[in-house]
Every structure is written in C-alpha cells, then in structure tokens.
Design a protein around this ligand. Structure first.
Ligand code: AP5
Length: 192
C-alpha cells in the first residue's frame, strides 16, 4: 500500500497500552519511514524542561489530554520536517475528533492523505496488566484507569470517523508482538 507519490502514511490507533508504540517502531523498520509518537515527543519536552514540557507535565501525570491547539502546533511542526517525505507511522495523534479534523487539514495542505488507520484491539484487563508491568511515570493504577476513561469518552469516537472514510483496519492486538506486526503488514498489503 502506498500513495501515487510512493509514500506510506499510517496511523496507529487504540487504547493506552494496546501496543501502538511497540508496533510503530517495528513498522518503521519494516517500511523505512519514521515512527512519530506524540506521547514520546511530549515526554521528551518534559525531560528537557522546555516551556511545552512544563505546561504539559501535570496533565500527562494525571492521565488527561493536552489541549487540541497545543497538539496541533506540535504535530504540524513535526509533519513539516523533511524526514516525512516518504511517509510516517503516527502514534498517539489524533485523540479527539477535532484533532482528526486538524490532521486532515495538515495533510491536505501538503497534498497528502492517510493510507490506513490501524486499530489495535486488546481486552481491557490485558491493557492494565501491560501498563502495570511497564511502570512508566503515568502507569499507576489510578492514572491508567483515568487514561482508559478518557480514551473511551474522547478518543474511541474517532473509530467511527475513520470507518466512515473507509480507512479503518482492525487488528487483533492480543497476540505475540511479531505476530501483530505480521498481521498489520499483511492487512495493509505489505509483505514481511
Ligand atoms: P501516549 O504515550 O500516547 O500514551 P498512551 O496512548 O496511553 O499509549 P501507551 O504509550 O500507554 O501505550 P501504547 O499503545 O503505545 O503501547 P506500548 O507499545 O507502549 O500518551 C501519554 C500522554 O501524553 C497522554 O495520556 C496525554 O496526556 C498526552 N498526549 C499524547 N498525545 C496526545 C494527543 N494527541 N492529545 C492530547 N494529549 C496527548 O505497549 C505497552 C506495554 O505493553 C509495553 O510494555 C510493551 O512492551 C507491551 N506490549 C506491547 N505489545 C505487546 C504484545 N503484543 N504482547 C504483550 N505485551 C505487549
């Protein structure tokens, strides 16, 4: 799967802990396009103690969403980099319907569009198990539950947004890591 321009633009979608970051890195190696994680970008800003990092740290630690306007700036700037000329694997954005609309505008302005939105379906008890095992700063029981609540209310509606546009590819994310990668590549018509 690739556009007429030969680029491949994938979005990885699903609840916290479903494996978006893990699969984005593996797909990036397989497809030769950069993995872009808004969560990683924000965590790097926090670590660097930048103005953005100082603004978002407490929001992230509470499991809430950073506001749409801030995220639009972050993503617009990142997708303006030269390294996305052949495409990208985007993980963590969009997380609200307005963010999905903004992404569409950013891509349209560059005469580009998404090829597929890969939804990783994983049962909730497995999501909690994975996050507790990982132990990131925002992986405490209470914050994980809040991130899942925010996902259900604000992010899950995006599934319908992309299903309506014929872009949604649903994948069983509750398999061994490499099997998930192979299933994704198979589903989007790429060979391993
Ligand atoms: P973000 O970093 O995007 O967090 P998230 O969506 O909660 O996703 P996770 O990183 O928890 O999970 P993942 O699906 O990437 O799974 P992973 O591969 O790590 O965002 C963090 C925060 O930033 C948000 O809460 C918000 O505050 C803010 N933010 C970011 N983007 C934003 C936006 N657009 N708008 C507003 N705010 C935003 O895997 C999880 C674990 O499971 C790992 O330990 C992994 O090794 C393991 N694992 C993965 N796959 C498998 C498998 N198949 N089998 C067994 N274990 C597996």
């Amino acid at each position: 799967m690739a556009d007429a321009d030969g680029a491949i633009r994938l979005l990885l979608f699903g609840p916290p802990g479903c494996g978006k970051g893990t699969q984005a890195e593996l797909l990036s190696e397989e497809l030769g396009v950069p993995a872009i994680s808004t969560g990683d970008m924000l965590r790097a800003s926090v670590k660097a103690d930048s103005p953005l990092g100082r603004r978002v740290e407490s929001i992230m630690n509470a499991g809430e969403l950073v506001d749409d306007a801030t995220m639009a700036d972050v993503v617009r700037e990142r997708l303006g980099n030269d390294d996305v000329g052949d495409g990208f694997i985007l993980d963590g954005y969009p997380r609200t319907i307005p963010q999905a609309e903004t992404l569409g505008e950013i891509l349209a302005a560059a005469d580009a569009e998404l090829d597929a939105v890969v939804y990783l379906d994983v049962p909730e008890d497995e999501l909690v198990r994975r996050a507790l095992e990982r132990g990131r700063d925002d992986d405490t029981g209470e914050v994980i539950r809040e991130r899942l609540r925010v996902y259900r209310s604000k992010t899950a509606p995006i599934l319908g947004f992309y299903r309506d546009r014929g872009l949604l590819v649903e994948i069983d994310g509750h398999q061994e890591v490499r099997s998930v990668t192979a299933t994704i590549l198979d589903s989007i018509g790429e060979t391993v």
